[in-house]
Design a protein around this ligand. Structure first.
Ligand SMILES: Nc1nc2c(ncn2[C@@H]2O[C@H](COP(=O)(O)OP(=O)(O)OP(=O)(O)O)[C@@H](O)[C@H]2O)c(=O)[nH]1
Ligand SMILES: [Mg+2]
Length: 451
């Protein structure tokens, strides 16, 4: 933990300025050895210092060096940030010099890991930092920032506190069983307070679906037989000629993807190969991919051709995705209708075409209403943001439910206390009160270098 680490904190490419950051007990001393300007070991903390980085009398760059002494820094250690000229070669050269002087290259997310291990932020805040960096939409940013500030942590801490309070009351009962009558700690009271925690955790889990949508967006697969106009629909939604469109059935072989933002939420649109039986080996691979995407999508836009009778294969495929969230889009309504509508079973059917065009706004509106996207914006931003957090809340909730059942059945309070301890520990793992090394390694490996 006490090692000196360094990394390039800005993205490496052509740019005006880059920042090379170092953290650890000796970094001020080491950078001072490369710096021509003020004596960095004696300047005041949180100051920016003008000078040059020199290597054997060669001036490498004209820089501004920020000196931040522990503990009021991101990592709670001494931190030096060298603002140098941007571009790959200068930035890399300065990093190289720091490494030569004995500062180790940081691993992914290692600065944030130090911030966590040194107690400046908890684990959900650390995860929030990473989400903030990778945020693509405004909503994602707001939501990640909220977690960085510790608002999700507070919710977890509050529920842990309720559990501690119950545990304390139970403990009094164990210690002074003769006063049982005087103390309110009856099964009913346990039941009441545990129900509060249960409701809180259930609410948190219910909103985690929104969290997933905000963070990952919605995967929308455009599916149908060849030539119905899937790629044309993708191009219109993207407002870009991304996929090849021809009147030859089987034009799209591989998937074509693009992203749009709808009501602040990312839609990951996936155009697929038209599904049909074929002897063409390449097309068959495409069809298999389409079927795979069909299974994993959050939403399927099932495209039919208004100008043709619906086929048996199309109906079979539609029946096979009975339980998948879907919208049937009947395309080519600029042409005479030959489709036998009464055979199509779907609650949401939209007509349109990509020539005039028509119906595509209705399609977007339908997606907004299906996923209640306009409401997500209005909600607060205390969502669970990843599978780790969701699994731990679920684990905690299960123990709380066991405790509630136990209280109802009138089992000994000692046994309920066991459930409470496990529920409490699972919540603690979310914020990282307890952790396993492997978990930290995995979690921070997803960070970028220099953060
Ligand atoms: N009249 C009419 N033609 C359309 C419409 N949408 C697409 N087309 C035409 O239908 C043909 C097929 O369109 P694509 O978008 O390539 O169809 P696809 O479903 O992606 O086809 P595959 O990639 O082969 O599976 C092209 O000639 C399009 O110009 C529409 O709304 N009306
Ligand atoms: Mg296509």
């Amino acid at each position: 933990m006490n090692e000196n680490i360094c990394a390039i904190s800005t993205s490496l490419g052509v740019g005006a300025i880059s920042i090379v950051r170092a953290s650890g007990p000796d970094v001020i001393n080491i950078v001072n050895g490369l710096f021509k300007g003020a004596d960095l070991t004696s300047v005041a903390t949180h100051t920016i210092n003008y000078g040059h980085i020199v290597d054997n009398n060669e001036i490498i760059d004209e820089v501004l060096v920020t000196i931040m002494r522990a503990p009021k820094t991101f990592t709670k250690e001494d931190v030096v940030e060298i603002n140098c000229h941007g571009g790959i070669s200068t930035t890399n050269k300065i990093l190289e010099l720091l490494i030569q002087k004995g500062i180790r290259l940081a691993g992914a997310g290692e600065f944030t890991k130090k911030a966590y291990l040194n107690g400046r932020i908890d684990l959900t805040q650390a995860e929030g930092v990473n989400d903030l960096i990778s945020a693509e939409t405004d909503l994602e940013r707001k939501y990640a920032m909220n977690r960085t500030l510790g608002n999700l942590s507070k919710l977890i801490i509050d529920n842990r506190q309720i559990i501690v309070n119950i545990q304390a009351k139970l403990a009094v009962n164990f210690d002074y069983p003769e006063e049982m009558d005087n103390i309110d700690m009856t099964h009913e009271l346990v039941l009441k307070e545990l129900s509060t925690v249960k409701n809180n955790l259930e609410e948190l889990l219910a909103t985690s679906q929104d969290g997933k949508i905000i963070k990952n967006g919605i995967d929308v697969a455009i599916i149908g037989k060849p030539n119905v106009g899937k790629s044309s629909i993708l191009n219109h939604l993207l407002d870009e000629n991304k996929a090849i469109v021809t009147d030859i059935a089987g034009t799209t072989r591989d998937i074509v993807e693009g992203t749009i933002t709808l009501a602040g939420i990312k839609l990951n649109l996936i155009d697929t190969a038209g599904i049909r039986s074929t002897n063409d080996v390449v097309e068959q691979i495409g069809v298999n991919k389409s079927l795979e995407i069909l299974q994993n999508a959050d939403l399927v836009i099932y495209v039919l051709n208004n100008n043709e009778p619906v086929t048996k294969e199309e109906l079979e495929l539609l029946a096979s995705i009975k339980n998948v969230q879907k919208i049937v889009f009947i395309n080519k309504n600029d042409l005479p209708s030959k489709i036998n509508l009464d055979l199509i079973e779907c609650n949401t059917i939209i007509y349109g075409n990509t020539i005039t065009p028509n119906g595509l706004q209705d399609l977007k509106n339908q997606i907004i209403s299906l996923f209640k996207l306009d409401l997500i914006k209005e909600k607060n931003y205390n969502f669970l943001s990843n599978a780790r957090q969701i699994a731990l809340v679920n684990a905690s909730l299960e123990r709380i439910k066991d405790g509630i059942q136990g209280a109802k059945d009138g089992i000994p309070l000692e046994m309920i206390a066991e459930d409470l301890k496990e529920a409490y520990d699972a919540l603690g793992e979310i914020i990282g009160v307890t952790y396993k090394d492997e978990l930290l390694d995995e979690l921070f490996s997803k960070f970028c270098l220099g953060k």
